[in-house]
Design a binder for this molecule. Structure first.
Ligand code: ADP
Length: 596
């Protein structure tokens, strides 16, 4: 199973190489040839030693030393050149594979539900696209050709070792076999895969807990606590530490044994020589030159074993890279219709909509039906996790419904092409998604052909004049550079300007939960009001003061609509909304009382 998996991983990678696949095969052959050529200089060195020993002490009679030396040099250079050719071939194919993986992923991502893209996060997605493709590149460009060389070297060595003196040959190979056995059973092979998985898990847990910790820093600071108050984070670090120390200790003995054995081949050979020397009473020249040859060539074996050791690690790295690539490619893309069926107006209707997130146990939305007439302003309220954001995301087709349909102007959103839907619906997110670029560029994303004046007007209408005035280069200031960081509310106003420029007839507003100051809050509200004029508006409201004027308020609870009506209607009944309204007013009074 494991073998099959590995085979198919390699086959998959080579499929990405397309017609350049043959270059990968060529690189393996060239690398193997280069590895064999690299053994030739050792033979010439042996010949030089043999000549010297044969003519000793009349060294002037050793005439072939210089030609042998040149020949050794030529073979060494030849081997390097062939290796360079191998790397050229492998890199060309590997770069093509990495580029193709990136291109395929990028094209695929554009077809995926927006909900997937935003839930996975752009940072993580970028990491998958960039790092995974780079990891396959290292494997194909370096590891596989080296592996071919790694196989050719021992085969060549074996032939040579046996050819010169089979007893010494066996003596040199025996420690290598022993070292390989130790490496396989203790440091690589099956146990490594399990170990690496454990390691990855410990690392993931620690990273997740670290994120939670960073999120909780305001609480930690406010209440004067320390990292130790984050027990889970502390436990994760402790577990990771224990795991790493335990693993390092478990490798201690095998690693010492492995290093000692592969580096002690020459010592074994010398001991053998002494033994032979005493038993034969004198060592002949032939035996001596053979012995020297073995002592010279055995380090090549050490290098080869080291390469093999890294090979299994690289296989695991490439396997996990392919897994990450698959985590994107396995997501079902949204189906695009060939032609958009034009919506007849700007109304929105949900018919029996249910939705369940992948791998979730329960529905996030359950049998939701609602009709929002063109130009109506509605609000979605409810406790956290009740499904407000999910519902809004379905209207913009960030996901497809599990059951039921979402219709805009009587047309199912699945029958509207993505580009056309974007002309119809826009979204102001709670976490404003501004790119690293100038304010002008950021706002212009709403309508790429807008003039500078149109961008300025949108910014003004979105209450951004005070922001532009305080920035060093006005609308040309690059966000995020040289300390130009904007507060959450300021960023949201810039996003509103972008949506104003986009000027779609339906807008979804996700109001920010907290503002840095009341001035910011008032300005965002004013910007929302201007943006909403003449549009169908769906507002996800977190503060009830923002929804009192809505034409209809939908109250959600556990993924269902439990109440609906105007503010006056809902407050006069004794339902969830009336309760929330009472609590909201109490909290306002409490806050005001607190500031007295
Ligand atoms: P609200 O906006 O009212 O706070 P959401 O629509 O964000 O609620 O969430 C509704 C439910 O769906 C919650 O139980 C939440 O945990 C779950 N949920 C939200 N986003 C995801 C997601 N990307 N993957 C899995 N579950 C999610």
């Amino acid at each position: 199973m494991e073998k099959e998996n590995r085979k198919s991983n390699l086959r998959r990678l080579l499929e990405y190489a397309g017609p350049l696949r043959f270059l990968t095969y060529a690189s393996w052959i060239l690398s193997a040839v280069s590895a064999l050529m690299a053994l030739a200089p050792f033979v010439y060195i042996w010949m030089i030693l043999r000549d010297i020993i044969n003519v000793a002490p009349h060294f002037e009679q050793a005439e072939n030393i210089v030609p042998y030396g040149w020949a050794a040099l030529m073979w060494a250079i030849g081997s390097i050149l062939v290796y360079i050719a191998a790397l050229l071939c492998s890199h060309k194919a590997a770069f093509r594979v990495a580029t193709n993986i990136r291109t395929i992923l990028m094209h695929y991502i554009t077809k995926l539900p927006m909900g997937f893209v935003s839930s996975i996060g752009s940072g993580k997605l970028r990491k998958i696209v960039n790092e995974s493709s780079e990891e396959t590149e290292t494997y194909l460009a370096h590891r596989l050709p080296d592996n071919a060389g790694g196989i050719a070297t021992p085969v060549g060595l074996l032939c040579m070792l046996m050819y010169f003196d089979w007893r010494l040959g066996l003596l040199s190979i025996a420690p290598a076999v022993l070292a390989y056995g130790i490496m396989y059973f203790f440091m690589t092979g099956r146990s490594l895969r399990k170990t690496m998985e454990e390691y990855q898990q410990a690392l993931d847990t620690m990273s997740n807990e670290a994120v939670e910790y960073v999120r909780g820093i305001p609480v930690v600071k406010t209440f004067g606590q320390t990292v130790f108050s984050f027990k889970r984070f502390k436990c994760a670090i402790d577990r990771y530490q224990q795991w790493v120390i335990g693993y390092t200790r478990s490798l201690h003995s095998p690693m010492v044994a492995f290093t000692t054995i592969i580096n002690s081949v020459f010592a074994i050979l010398v001991a053998a020589a002494l033994f032979v020397g005493t038993s034969r009473e004198r060592m002949d020249g032939q035996f001596l030159s053979n012995l020297l040859y073995y002592i010279i060539i055995t380090p090549a074996m050490t290098v080869m074993l080291m390469r093999v050791m890294y090979m299994s690690q690289d296989k695991i790295i490439v396997e996990s890279a392919l897994k990450r690539i698959d985590s994107v490619l396995d997501v079902e893309p949204l189906e695009e219709p060939l032609e958009t069926i034009q919506p007849r107006d700007n109304s929105v209707e949900l018919r029996g909509v249910s939705f369940r997130y992948k791998d979730a146990d329960t529905d996030a939305l359950n049998d939701i039906s609602m009709t929002i007439k063109a130009g109506e302003h509605i609000a979605l309220v409810g406790p956290s996790g009740s499904g407000k954001t999910t519902l809004a995301c379905l209207i913009a087709r960030f996901w497809d419904t599990t059951k039921g349909s979402v219709n805009i102007g009587g047309t199912d959103v699945r029958n509207i092409r993505k580009d056309d839907l974007m002309q119809q619906v826009s979204f102001v997110f709670q976490d404003s998604r501004l790119l690293k670029g100038s304010i002008l560029d950021n706002v212009r994303l709403g309508r790429p052909n807008a003039t500078d004046d149109e961008v300025r007007r949108a910014l003004s209408e979105a209450q951004c004049d005070d922001i532009i005035a305080k920035l060093p280069e006005g609308i040309n200031t690059i966000l995020g550079s040289e300390g130009t960081y904007l507060s959450g509310g300021e960023q949201q106003r810039i996003t509103i300007a972008r949506v104003m420029l986009q000027n779609t007839p339906i807008v979804i507003l996700d109001e920010a939960t907290a503002y840095a100051d009341p001035d910011n809050e008032t300005r965002v509200q004013a910007a929302f009001n201007t943006l909403s004029i003449g549009k169908t508006v769906i507002m996800i409201a977190h503060r009830l003061s923002a929804v009192t004027k809505a034409d209809c308020i939908y109250v959600l609870k556990s993924g269902r609509i439990c109440e609906k009506g105007s503010h006056a209607e809902l407050t006069s009944s004794a339902g969830l909304y009336a309760n929330m309204w009472r609590e909201y007013n109490q909290s306002i009074n409490w806050k005001l009382g607190g500031t007295k």
